[in-house]
Design a protein around this ligand. Structure first.
Ligand code: AMP
Ligand code: MG
Length: 409
């Protein structure tokens, strides 16, 4: 039986990042950039005013209360047409190019409009010392034409979407969302809208796994439920093998109707491992199907919902991250136990727990969990507390490893 680390490294050895595609910027939120982005412009494109106010020659304002003739008013989108000479000024709005002759801008709030003499209105400047460059952002201060503003590997958040637009990109190369087919298996399963008859239970794994896939930023393809029947399984699994990843639940334990490994072998899926030294989640099956362009990853997750969830977190999520060009583990940390805990057995236990952080001190409390079929208790959990294999009484204050459930908002 493989250890968790061995199993994960076998999964990752077979996981190759998907080939980049060109996508419209409107579709790339949270994807990973697959090219360096160079700016085609200086930003700002001209020396610009940071305020609404009056463009002036600073040397012209030696004393407080200088009175200047207003040459023109320049609004956003327009350009100044007059040169600001001593004794004159132009009223300009935020973002507007600085007129020739001016070297600073006085905020509107620091001025007083006077009755004009003749044609031109007049303004009094109420600021004492106006320094050169005041309220001006110089051309190219933010970025310069030809400069790399985003590197391949960046995650495209709303900020990056804005920046791409600023530098004129409407299409970019990204790693695509992995396509992940989800198929729940079991004769006992009925749909969530049905009242289960004797011997039946509702299919909770299907919707949960679909949600996990979507939360991981991948595209879920819901194949519904298959009976424990070879032909039906074969048919639905064949459809699932068109995706990049196929996630099955149920049918990989030692039961009479646990047909998944057999059907997968018939369809040419190579088994990489079956069973992992882990609790819950021991029956996990993993294999690959070689296709001309890439390898498809195939997971047979154990049917019990908590086992399915734990196996997804440990072995599916990291592969989805790698397929999509993401790197690094975003969920591992350590914390101190708030209470004692008895660990038993020869498999490490991933125990549902609640992690809290108080002034940087992380503490973790296992929830009252009744085993791999008890999903309900996990509604009060935000992480898995990891207790290594072996019999050991953990004490309050002991530091242990913790794996946060990924949260997206
Ligand atoms: P299996 O791995 O098929 O032997 O299933 C193990 C346990 O998980 C059994 O009690 C199943 O009824 C239960 N189970 C299997 N599939 C699901 C599912 N989709 N939703 C909820 N429970 C399931
Ligand atoms: Mg079953």
């Amino acid at each position: 039986m493989k250890s968790v680390d061995e199993a994960l490294s076998l999964v990752l050895q077979r996981t190759v990042t998907l080939a980049p595609v060109q996508a419209p910027v409107s579709d790339v939120l949270n994807l990973v950039l697959a090219e360096n982005i160079t700016s085609d412009i200086d930003s700002p494109p001209h020396d610009k005013s940071l305020v609404d106010g009056y463009a002036v020659c600073s040397a012209d304002l030696a004393q407080n209360g200088a009175e200047l003739h207003v040459l023109e008013e320049v609004t956003a989108g327009a350009v100044p047409s007059k040169t600001v000479l001593p004794g004159t000024t132009s009223r300009i709005m935020t973002g507007v190019p600085i007129p020739a002759g001016a070297d600073s801008v006085v905020m509107l709030e620091h001025t007083e409009l006077l009755d004009g003499i003749g044609e031109l209105p007049q303004v009094r400047i109420l600021e004492e010392r106006v320094t050169v460059g005041r309220n001006i952002m110089r051309r190219g201060t933010s970025l310069r034409s030809g400069e790399v503003v985003l590197s391949a590997g960046s995650i495209l958040r709303p900020i990056e979407i804005g920046l791409l637009s600023e530098v004129g990109r409407t299409e970019v190369a990204v790693y695509p969302r992995p396509r992940v087919a989800v198929l729940a298996t079991g004769n006992e399963l009925v749909s969530p809208d049905a009242i289960p008859a004797a011997g039946q239970i509702r299919n909770s794994n299907g919707p949960m796994l679909k949600a996990l896939v979507e939360q991981a930023g991948a595209t879920a393809i819901d194949l519904g439920v298959a009976r424990d029947e070879q032909d039906e399984l074969r048919q639905l699994i064949e459809r699932g093998l068109m995706a990049d990843v196929l996630v099955l639940s149920g049918g990989v334990s030692a039961g009479v109707l646990d047909l998944i490994p057999h059907v997968l072998a018939q369809l040419g899926v190579e088994q990489v491992f079956h069973k992992v030294r882990l609790k819950p989640g021991k029956p996990l099956w993993f294999g690959v199907l070689k296709s001309p362009s890439s390898e498809k990853l195939v997971y047979g997750l154990p049917g019990n919902p908590v086992s399915s969830l734990v196996c997804f977190e440990l072995f599916v999520r990291p592969a989805l991250d790698r397929l999509a060009g993401r790197s690094g583990d975003r969920t591992a940390t350590t914390a101190r136990l708030t209470c004692e805990h008895q660990q038993r057995g020869d498999r490490p236990t991933y125990f549902p727990a609640w992690l809290q952080s108080d002034h940087g001190q992380r503490s973790v409390t296992p929830v009252a969990w009744k085993g791999s079929a008890d999903l309900r208790s996990l509604a009060a959990a935000n992480c898995l507390a990891i207790f290594p294999a072996g019999d050991r009484q953990f004490a309050a204050g002991d530091e242990i490893e913790v794996r946060l459930f990924f949260e997206s908002h």
